[in-house]
Design a binder for this molecule. Structure first.
Ligand code: PMP
Length: 360
């Protein structure tokens, strides 16, 4: 059966080979029981977790200084667990504010601490990712918070900001789409449903020394990173199937050459679509300053909202779904995470060209 092209901002495509492995595994992982049925206390699952962590570290070049956790509650639960754990009484945090996702994270952080905006992208409609010299850190924040890729408007940091304070990143929409400088961060978190598999698991990579320093007391179980580290993320029943899928995604990433290859492949995919937008001679326009644009989410717009709506509708009748822009911004957006096929980018590029010709 022909598969549609899914341009939504997640859950996203899985590689077809991964889907096939999952189909078989749902039926039987080798001992007459399926992956969604097997106990997380079984030897099979324990080995899976050991292999998953080892492979995650290898693929992501995660140093021993950092623990890796596979949690639930999505990236959104981290919006409160992070400030609840890593802020200090009477302290404050710095935020590099680049849009919807930093706003949501700060709304939750506000329950725990004061927030200083070291950069406020609202002033230019979030079209820009700041250079280091545009960020004005306060004095001794408990940490600095940023979102590495803003899925909502399609802007992305090309590298981690250089920062003299503990740095925390939301990498939900670009984790493992390219190599990561883990050592530059005290904590990285990312939900899995865009680049690492399916919804249900959020990865947290945390500097052990930072955790030791900031979490001096026990917390309620699901908020206690230290206990979660000790329990290898299995304090309670983990999202077993989502973790299995992540393991298959890591196999797929490795078989495609690892994160450097992912970066090249993702850049090529984004370029195919951006070139098609450029070739419409201004009919379609990009969102975001040129060097702030994302490889994961390509945001653009036509001369008016009616044409945007027509574009979305016609794309749907051509088996391309999810091209409507974020509900807060309008316009158009093509999300093309790791598993999105190159051929699908070519299909969209041709559709862009044809649409501009017919409607320009
Ligand atoms: N941060 C970013 C950058 C995201 O794109 C998303 C999801 N679209 C989230 C956080 C929230 O993730 P979740 O739905 O897993 O809580």
């Amino acid at each position: 059966m022909a598969r549609i092209l899914n341009f939504t901002a997640g859950p996203a495509h899985l590689p077809e080979s991964v889907i096939q492995i999952c189909q078989q595994a749902l039926w039987d992982v080798g001992n007459g029981i399926g992956i969604a049925e097997i106990s997380h206390r079984s030897a099979f699952f324990d080995d899976l977790m050991t292999d998953l962590e080892a492979q995650f570290r290898r693929v992501g070049a995660v140093p021993d200084s950092h623990a890796v956790l596979f949690l639930q509650g999505g990236a959104t639960l981290q919006f409160c667990t992070i400030p609840a754990t890593f802020t200090r009484p009477g302290g404050h945090i710095d935020c590099i504010h680049t849009g919807y996702w930093t706003r949501n994270a700060m709304r939750d952080a506000d329950f725990y601490t004061r927030i200083h905006y070291a950069y406020d992208g609202a002033k230019n409609g979030f079209q820009h990712i700041p250079d280091d010299d545009e960020i004005a850190y306060s004095s001794a924040p408990d940490y600095v918070y940023y979102c590495a890729n803003n899925s909502f408007l399609g802007t992305e940091f090309k590298r981690a900001p250089r920062c003299p304070y503990p740095l925390i990143a939301d990498m939900s929409s670009n984790i493992f789409s390219r190599p990561i400088d883990v050592a530059a961060h005290s904590l990285i978190f990312a939900s899995a449903q865009k680049n690492l598999g399916i919804a249900g698991c959020c990865v947290v990579i945390v500097d052990r020394a930072f955790l030791d320093e900031r979490q001096s007391t026990a917390r309620p179980s699901m908020f206690d990173y230290k206990r979660l580290v000790q329990a290898r993320s299995m304090l309670n029943t983990p999202p077993t199937f989502a973790l299995f899928v992540m393991k298959q995604m890591l196999d797929w990433i490795e078989s495609h050459g690892g994160l450097k290859s992912m970066a090249a492949r993702n850049a090529q995919k984004a370029q195919i679509i951006r070139d098609a937008i450029d070739a419409t001679n201004g009919f379609f326009k990009h969102v975001g300053d040129e060097n702030s644009r994302s490889s994961m989410n390509i945001s653009f717009y036509s001369p008016n909202p009616e044409l945007d709506a027509r574009f979305v509708a016609q794309a749907e009748s051509n088996q391309m779904i999810g091209l409507r822009g974020h509900r807060e911004t309008g316009g158009l957006r093509a999300s093309i995470f790791n598993a999105f096929p190159i051929e699908g980018c070519r299909t969209l590029a041709q559709f862009i060209t044809d649409f501009a010709q017919k409607n320009g």
